[in-house]
Design a protein around this ligand. Structure first.
Ligand code: GCU
Length: 422
């Protein structure tokens, strides 16, 4: 038995290694490809006006992504109870209000508890907010000792105190560099954040997280056209949006959904599928986020599905190695956000996420913004690092690695002030 396990382990290891080697980072080796047409409807009609886009083409594209990529949400849960854990008017040296509460969903003796942390600037009237998931628990985004630690399952990482699949004190503030909370507050925005594992732990099983709350009798995993983790995470963002609509301290017409990396993918699908989000920021979201799949540069469909089978719906697996058969590509996902403000950020060394594919998708999606007389991205070539392009729909390439830096926040906040708050 042991020997079988060792052989299997070795095989997986060699396979992963070979996969990395096969990854294409060479622009000259990008295959020729043809993108699905944004403007031709199923019936072959040419879409020329924003009304036609909204009535005909947008719903078609939304349906294709739901059916073939993310999976549908199979039902509606009753409104959650909002259980306040703590509130204070004295966070960040008196600069901010802090609120912490759980959204508790219950059905058939099952319960899902999602912990939300909010910091709001102490200004008159309802404030605009940035909403986004964190990777390492609410307590990781700042050194604030009052932040409660999530008890949800999380991948072990003893180097920052995640043992027995649980967070410990050691990870408090661990990701503070990525979350410039004071900068966000100083720009006049509130921050609303939650741990993505509260909605669905990021592992390849379907016994935990939100899905079982909507299983039919005897169901043990989502059907091929039903949600897995990515759609569940986007669903969670919409449930936070429901809450924000009832919070008079927040301007619910100025809610910007933000996400980095896999959480950037979730933010994009949330903004595409829920038009209450006023704007979207996708940071280094890469494959099945903002990058064009057909370029097969960096991470590919087959690789993302193999490494993270729990993310996208069962139907999506048939496109492994067959990007050209996908009825959509990611320029269409970005276009679903039009005419709302959208900012896509890449990093120069983050080749795994294909910065050029992110730029091209953003540029091509901007043709839908033009239906609304919004100029879009006119730059023909990929911009140099630290030279953002666009307006309502914007793109930047930042020097450096995969991550969220203060350069990124400076751009996102200035842009949100201009296009979301006005
Ligand atoms: C992996 C994965 C990416 C994802 C990233 C992240 O690198 O392949 O698709 O964006 O993790 O979420 O950090």
């Amino acid at each position: 038995m042991r020997r079988i396990f060792s052989v299997l382990f070795l095989f997986t290891f060699i396979n992963c290694f070979a996969q990395k080697l096969r990854t294409n980072y060479n622009e000259a080796a990008v295959p020729e490809y043809e993108l699905p047409d944004l403007f031709e409807s199923f019936k072959g009609r040419k879409i020329k006006r924003s009304e036609q886009w909204e009535k005909i083409r947008r719903p078609e594209i939304l349906q294709l992504f739901t059916q073939e990529v993310y999976g549908k949400v199979p039902g509606v849960l009753e409104k959650p109870d909002v259980i306040t854990y703590e509130a204070s008017g004295d966070a960040f040296g008196g600069k901010a209000i802090r609120k912490q509460f759980d959204l508790v969903f219950s059905v058939n003796n099952r319960e899902l508890s999602v912990g939300v942390l909010m910091y709001l600037p102490k200004t008159e009237g309802p404030v605009p907010v940035i909403v986004g998931y964190n990777f390492l628990g609410n307590h990781s985004i700042a050194g604030d000792v009052a932040i409660r630690i999530s008890e949800s399952w999380v991948n072990n990482n003893p180097s920052f105190g995640i043992v027995h699949n649980q967070f410990t004190e050691q990870s408090r503030g661990y990701d503070a560099e990525r979350w410039d909370v004071e900068k966000i507050l100083d720009a006049g925005f509130g921050l609303v954040t939650l741990f993505y594992g509260d909605v669905d732990p990021d592992r390849d099983d379907f016994e935990d997280g939100v899905q079982p709350l909507l299983y039919k009798e005897g169901q043990e995993e989502p059907a091929p056209d039903e949600w897995r983790a990515m759609a569940a995470w986007s669903w969670g963002l919409s449930r936070v949006m429901d809450y924000l609509e009832s919070d008079s301290d927040v301007n619910n017409e100025q809610v910007v959904v933000f996400g980095h990396s896999r959480l950037g993918k979730a933010a994009l699908w949330a903004a595409a599928s829920d038009q209450r989000f006023a704007a979207c920021i996708s940071n280094n979201s890469g494959c099945m986020g903002a990058a064009l799949s057909r370029r097969c540069f960096g991470e590919t469909v087959a690789v993302v599905n193999r490494n993270f089978p729990q993310w996208f719906c069962g139907n999506f697996k048939k496109y492994n190695g067959f990007e050209d058969r996908l009825p959509v590509d990611q320029h269409m996902l970005l276009a679903l956000i039009a005419p709302r403000p959208l900012y896509v950020g890449s990093a120069s060394e983050d080749l795994w996420a294909d910065p050029k594919g992110e730029f091209l998708a953003t540029k091509i999606a901007s043709s839908v913004y033009q239906l609304y007389d919004i100029p879009g991205i006119v730059a023909v070539k990929m911009p140099e690092p630290e030279h953002p392009v666009g307006g309502v729909i914007s793109y930047h390439l930042r020097t450096g690695k995969h991550g969220v830096t203060s350069y990124d926040w400076d751009q996102y906040l200035a842009w949100a002030k201009k296009y979301v708050v006005q």
